[in-house]
Design a protein around this ligand. Structure first.
Ligand code: SAH
Length: 436
């Protein structure tokens, strides 16, 4: 989501001020930092990052420094109190106002803060999307109304708000015309989608999926992130009906223990989660399932942690994410006494990570000698003689092939599994038609 937001910041300033992106801070007229506050570590990085820009501003006082994203949303003017050389503080829902904020900062030479939640206005104010390769993110909803006790998102991004269905389909059609073949539908909680259909009716997420699949040229659909509490049967059914939906599902569980799930206010039990995963396995045999885990939620006992380990064995997860619990200011869990020592949390995290890595590697190994369909993204950065792409279960694959295959689907035979990627040999018959 943050990557998507950063791209939009670039797009609005390009449209309004003809600005070009540079990765060299010393060359920039405007320096923007997009921030994340999901865990404390990310938040701490903010001040060290902008501290480095201070020297640039000392040399060239006309340079404008802006801090956006969820840390900005949470801290507001406090950022400028600690770092007075920051000109603009803006939130995830006001990034489309950057052109105005920039003009104001330049004209008034005052410090500006705009971290309001003006709802859907943002999407209407963004310039038309531009495809960069065959894959694209498309935001379908924003914010979250679940209020899990550990999570800061509802306070920084606001409550759930869905984009109208027609706007999303129009955006995806434009991207498809520019060669996009795979879309990743983005939102904090995509399956809570309730989009206006233009006739007073609201479309559920499963309905949106059908519309997206019907767009010419779109052959792969992913979504990030969904929540188990609203992962209803119609979404599971969609996987039976829509071949464009990839054989992969990322569904964050956080914990395998009912007591912890209740304390987190997740709105589902261990068995309800397992039920979804089992249904997905029945509908899509061989599906790759992945998740997020929080280790060391306040009060988590050894037994409760063991339940998470057991859940992992029961489901069999592919590449997943795990984090040590981080108390976020203003969230209910931050008030609970945190009696699990850092040492224990680290031990638990290592144990979990080791097991998750083993499972991921076993899946990679099992793919050797199988044929996989790959969306070719372009020339490999590491080896210019090779092309790179991704499988349905989102593994990077490198193989020797004609550069003209970029943007196309090809079949490859997997020859080797490495820790972070796969090697493969192209199946010539799958490319003959494309290269004719
Ligand atoms: N909407 C998704 C979560 C997206 S946030 C859901 O509700 O499941 C990405 C991940 O960050 C979460 O799944 C969670 O594992 C982690 N996370 C969120 N808040 C956290 C916190 N306070 N401490 C540690 N990890 C956290």
């Amino acid at each position: 989501m943050n990557e998507y937001d950063s791209d939009k910041m670039r797009d609005v300033l390009q449209a309004s001020h003809c600005m070009e992106m540079t990765t060299i801070p010393e060359e920039a007229d405007v320096l923007l930092l997009n921030t994340c506050s999901i865990r404390e570590k990310a938040q701490e990085k903010v001040f060290s990052a902008i501290g480095r820009w201070r020297k640039i501003k000392n040399k060239r006082p006309e340079v404008i420094i802006g801090v956006g994203g969820c840390v900005a949303s949470q801290e507001g003017a406090a950022i400028q109190k600690r770092a007075p050389y920051v000109d603009i503080v803006f939130g995830p829902q006001t990034l489309h106002r950057l052109p105005e904020l920039l003009n104001q900062a330049r004209e008034t030479k005052q410090r500006i803060v705009d971290i309001s939640f003006p709802e859907i206005e943002k999407f209407d104010a963004l310039p038309e999307p531009r495809a960069e390769g065959p894959k694209a993110f498309v935001s379908i909803m924003e914010g979250c109304s679940k209020y899990c006790t550990f999570c800061v998102v509802p306070y920084t991004r606001g409550e759930e708000i869905s984009r109208p269905l027609n706007d999303i389909i129009a955006e995806i059609s434009i991207l498809a015309e520019q060669g996009v073949r795979e879309v990743n539908l983005l939102g904090q909680n995509v399956n809570a989608y309730q989009g206006d259909m233009g006739d007073g009716e609201l479309a559920e997420f499963s309905v949106l999926l059908h519309y997206v699949a019907a767009v010419d040229g779109i052959d792969r659909i992913r979504f990030t992130t969904s929540h188990p509490a609203e992962y209803s049967d119609d979404i599971i059914e969609a996987f039976a009906e829509i071949p464009e939906l990839v054989n992969h599902l990322h569904l964050p569980v956080q914990s395998g223990n009912n007591n912890i799930l209740a304390k987190m206010k997740r709105g589902y039990t261990r068995s309800e989660y397992l039920d979804i995963m089992n249904k997905m396995k029945t509908i899509r045999p061989g599906i790759s399932l992945s998740s997020d885990f929080i280790i060391g939620f306040p009060g988590e006992t050894e037994k409760e942690f063991e339940d998470t380990l057991a859940l992992i064995e029961e489901v069999g997860f592919d590449f997943s994410y795990s984090f040590i619990y981080s108390a976020r200011p203003g969230t209910p869990a931050a008030e609970i006494e945190d009696n699990v020592s850092e040492e224990i949390k680290k031990q638990r995290l290592n144990k979990l990570k080791t097991r998750l890595n083993e499972m991921t590697m076993a899946i990679s190994n099992s793919m050797v000698d199988t044929v996989q369909t790959v969306l070719v993204e372009g020339v490999s950065k590491k080896n210019p003689l090779q092309m790179t792409g991704r499988t349905e279960n989102n593994r990077v694959v490198n193989f020797t092939a004609h550069p003209r295959l970029a943007g196309q689907f090809v079949d490859v035979m997997i020859t080797e599994a490495l820790p972070n990627s796969l090697r493969a040999r192209i199946i010539e018959s799958s490319v003959d038609k494309i290269l004719q």
